[in-house]
Write a protein that binds this ligand. Structure first.
Ligand SMILES: NC(=O)c1ccc[n+]([C@@H]2O[C@H](COP(=O)([O-])OP(=O)(O)OC[C@H]3O[C@@H](n4cnc5c(N)ncnc54)[C@H](OP(=O)(O)O)[C@@H]3O)[C@@H](O)[C@H]2O)c1
Length: 299
């Protein structure tokens, strides 16, 4: 039995689907049975639990060969790091009390820092808490910048005629499709080779700037002149709040983009075949971004 947290989410649903496709038993954890239905239709056991509830997670982790753990973002929280710490406390407590031997944990580049990296501080704290559990073998997948972060650009392009954000236009980011993270996680849940604790960076197929992102998106949506505009933090913060994010989460996100812009938060390893993954940004745009863009146009 493999247990997957965030099973209806970007990475979790790929982890769960991958394992089910290989004929494995999967316990899919989430708050909402309807969101887990596509996985239960493929044979998963749905387990309704809140990731802040240590007792429920300990029950979910019972009899697990390996578990996939992650901290779901809570963008409405007025204390987002407090929330992330509640989740990591619950996960660590559940791993300990269920006696879980093998854990694959979703983390991020920059998780070596204990402060100054916004939401990634919550992932640093998760790593530290799991490090203290001697009986558990843990693989930390320190992922690069999700390609899915570009999806809100659908609105920016419609409203401003440009791709916009707080990151420097010349900043190269290791951009990764979440499906690639899910597939690596599934492989490592099935074949846990780690003894003790290990980190592995996942850097996607290539490093891209937001200028590159705009060029690739522009080509795909028939706007070859599409440009990237760097927006001042204060302006971007008010856009995030208008989109429904708490002011506290928006400030945390801007702390992270500041750490990326300054180079404090970056990949530590040079790119290799080990830390690269197959999905190109061009494929992501064709398969995910363009349909989202067209869907919004139709709406
Ligand atoms: N964005 C980036 O560039 C980046 C880079 C590296 C690492 N990360 C990290 O990646 C993680 C996000 O991964 P993801 O995109 O796979 O997540 P996601 O798509 O946001 O999925 C999270 C899932 O968790 C479930 N969930 C939310 N709150 C919950 C709760 N309180 N209890 C139980 N389940 C809950 C949700 O499903 P239901 O609503 O159905 O419950 C949701 O489908 C974050 O920790 C982030 O810091 C992000």
């Amino acid at each position: 039995m493999y247990v997957v947290l965030g099973a209806s989410g970007n990475t979790g649903h790929v982890v769960a689907s991958n394992l089910l496709a290989r004929g494995k038993k999967v316990r899919a954890v989430g708050r909402n049975a309807a969101h887990l239905q596509p996985l239960t239709a493929k044979g998963a056991e749905a387990f309704i639990a809140d990731v802040t509830d240590a007792n429920s997670l300990a029950k979910a982790f019972q009899q697990a060969e390996s578990v996939y753990v992650m901290i779901p973002p809570n963008t409405a929280s007025t204390d987002p790091l407090g929330y992330a710490n509640q989740v990591s406390d619950a996960i660590a407590s559940a791993v300990q009390s269920a006696g879980t031997r093998n854990v694959v944990a979703l983390s991020s580049i920059g998780a070596e820092h204990s402060s100054g990296t916004g939401p990634v501080v919550g992932l640093h704290n998760l790593e530290q808490k799991l490090n203290r559990i001697d009986s558990a073998n843990v693989l930390y997948l320190r992922a690069g910048y999700f390609m899915e972060n570009t999806l809100p650009q659908v609105n920016a392009i419609r409203q401003m005629g440009a791709v916009a954000g707080p990151l420097r236009s010349d900043l190269k980011l290791p951009m990764i499709a979440t499906r690639d993270i899910g597939n690596v996680a599934a492989d490592n849940l099935l074949h846990p080779v780690i003894r003790g604790k290990q980190t592995r960076e996942l850097l996607g197929q290539s490093d891209l700037t937001y200028t590159d992102v705009s060029t690739i998106i522009g080509k795909a949506i028939g706007k070859p002149d599409l440009r990237y505009v760097q927006v001042p933090d204060e302006q971007f913060r008010s856009v995030l709040v208008q989109m429904g994010m708490s002011d506290q989460f928006a400030r945390l996100l801007l702390e992270m983009t500041g750490a990326l812009n300054s180079g404090t938060m970056r990949a530590l390893e040079p790119r290799t075949t080990q830390n690269s993954t197959p999905t190109s940004f061009e494929s992501f745009v064709a398969e995910v971004f363009v349909p989202a863009y067209q869907h919004q146009a139709a709406a």
